[in-house]
Design a binder for this molecule. Structure first.
Ligand SMILES: Nc1ncnc2c1ncn2[C@@H]1O[C@H](COP(=O)(O)OP(=O)(O)OP(=O)(O)O)[C@@H](O)[C@H]1O
Ligand SMILES: [Mg+2]
Length: 365
C-alpha cells in the first residue's frame, strides 16, 4: 500500500499544499515548528479519520478558516482516491468520490503504522491508552472489529443507564438488565478473541525483533482480560455477583472495557521495572511486529510513519532499524537534521525540505 499524492487545504498551517510521494523512503526535514509532523498527521487523519495527537478535530482546521480538506491517492491493488473534509457541519469521508456513511466501513482501508514520541508514554500511562492502542491497531487490521467494538460500547452505555435507573427506582425489574448483560457478554467474548489473536500475532515476531535491535531477549506483551479463557456462564455468574455494586456505582465494573496489555522483559512488567529506553524499545518493537504481521499474515505492506524518532532513540539504533526494514515498505520519516540519517540509507530517499509552508523536493540517487 502506497500513498502516491497528498493535497491539503487549510489543514493546520498549510493553506494549500500538494505533494507527490516516493513509493520508498520519504524524509521530511525542517526546523522545529515548521509543519513536519502536520504532513504525516494529515496522512494519518486521512486513514484513521482522527489525529494521533489526541486533540479535538477542530484544531486540524487552519485558524483562519472554518473548513479543511485532505485528499490522497492510495495504491493498494488498484488506485483509490480518498477525501476527508472537516467543517463546523462535521466530518465526511469519500472513496472515489462516493460518500462513506459509516466511518467503521472506512477505517481499515488505508493501513498506517505510526510511531510518534507520544507513544513512548503508552507503557506508563493508564490502561485507557493501551486499550486505545489495541483498538486503533485492530480496527485497521481487521475490518469487522470496529463494528463489534461500537456495538459493545452502545450496549455498555445502555446497561450503565439502566443500572442508574435501577438505583433510583428500586422496583425496576432486573430482566432488562440481564438481556443487556447477555448481549454484552456475547460481544465482549468476540472482542476478547480478536484482541487475544492480535496479541498472539505480535508475540510471534516481538522478541526476535527486539533481539535484532538490542541483542537481548525476553520481550513479551500479554493480554489481560476478565474474559480471557472464560465461558459465557462463568461470566454471567460474575455479573450477578457484582450486580448490587454495579447498581450503586451506576456502571459496569467488569468487561472488556477494562482490559489491559502488559509489556514485560523476562517477566518483569516494564511499567514498574523498565528504563525509559526499554519502554521506548518495547513500543517501537510492537509497531515493527505489526508490520511483520501485515506482511507475513496478510500479505500487505502498511504505510510506516516514523515521526521524530531521532528524539526518542539514538541515531545508530534507528539507522540499524531502517536498514532492516522491508524494502517494499513506503516510509515517512520526519527529522530536523538530515545528518541523523546514514548516507547509505539516504540513497534512494526523497527528501522534502520545508520552509515557510513551501516544500522543496529532492531525490537522492
Ligand atoms: N490549526 C492550525 N492553524 C494554523 N497553524 C497551526 C494549526 N495547528 C498547528 N499549527 C502550527 O503548526 C506548527 C507545528 O507544526 P508541526 O507540529 O508539524 O511542527 P514540526 O515541524 O513537526 O515541529 P517539531 O520539529 O518541533 O516536531 C506550529 O507552528 C503551529 O502553530
Ligand atoms: Mg514534529
Amino acid at each position: 500500500m502506497k500513498i502516491t499524492s497528498l493535497k491539503l487545504n487549510n489543514f493546520r498551517n498549510y493553506k494549500s499544499l500538494s505533494l507527490d510521494f516516493s513509493n520508498k523512503q520519504n524524509i521530511i526535514i525542517g526546523p522545529n515548528g515548521v509543519g513536519k509532523t502536520n504532513i504525516v498527521e494529515a496522512i494519518y487523519v486521512l486513514a484513521i479519520t482522527k489525529s494521533f495527537r489526541g486533540s479535538l478535530d477542530k484544531v486540524l482546521i487552519n485558524t483562519k478558516s472554518n473548513e479543511m480538506v485532505i485528499e490522497g491517492r492510495v495504491k493498494d491493488r488498484i488506485f483509490h482516491d480518498y477525501k476527508l473534509s472537516l467543517s463546523d457541519d462535521g466530518k465526511t469521508v469519500k472513496v472515489d468520490n462516493n460518500k462513506v456513511v459509516k466511518l467503521s466501513n472506512y477505517i481499515s482501508r488505508i493501513n498506517v503504522i505510526i510511531f510518534t514520541p507520544e507513544d513512548t508514554n503508552i507503557i506508563k500511562d493508564s490502561p485507557t491508552s493501551r486499550r486505545n492502542l489495541l483498538n486503533i491497531e485492530i480496527s485497521q487490521y481487521d475490518q469487522s472489529y470496529l463494528h463489534i467494538l461500537n456495538e459493545y460500547n452502545k450496549i455498555l452505555k445502555q446497561r450503565n443507564a439502566f443500572l442508574k435507573l435501577m438505583y433510583v427506582n428500586k422496583l425496576a425489574s432486573p430482566d432488562y438488565l440481564w438481556i443487556l448483560t447477555e448481549k454484552l457478554v456475547d460481544i465482549g467474548l468476540q472482542i476478547c478473541s480478536y484482541r487475544e489473536k492480535f496479541i498472539n500475532g505480535i508475540n510471534e515476531y516481538y522478541d526476535d525483533i527486539y533481539k535484532s535491535i538490542t541483542n537481548k531477549n525476553g520481550l513479551k506483551v500479554s493480554y489481560v482480560s476478565t474474559y480471557k479463557n472464560k465461558k459465557k456462564d462463568e461470566l454471567l455468574k460474575k455479573y450477578r455477583y457484582y450486580m448490587d455494586r454495579d447498581i450503586v456505582l451506576g456502571k459496569t465494573s467488569i468487561g472488556v472495557h477494562h482490559d489491559d496489555i502488559i509489556f514485560s522483559i523476562d517477566g518483569n512488567n516494564l511499567k514498574d521495572f523498565g528504563s525509559e529506553g526499554e519502554q521506548k524499545n518495547a513500543i517501537i518493537c510492537f509497531k515493527l511486529a505489526e508490520i511483520e504481521m501485515y506482511i507475513k499474515d496478510k500479505k500487505k505492506y502498511p504505510i510506516l510513519i516514523l515521526d521524530d524518532l531521532f528524539s526518542c532513540l539514538d541515531a545508530k539504533k534507528i539507522n540499524n532499524i531502517l536498514k532492516k526494514l522491508n524494502k517494499n515498505l513506503q516510509i515517512f520519516i520526519t527529522t530536523t537534521d538530515l545528518k541523523n540519517i546514514n548516507t547509505k540509507i539516504l540513497n534512494n530517499c526523497t527528501v522534502f525540505n520545508i520552509k515557510n509552508e513551501k516544500v522543496v523536493k529532492k531525490v537522492y540517487e
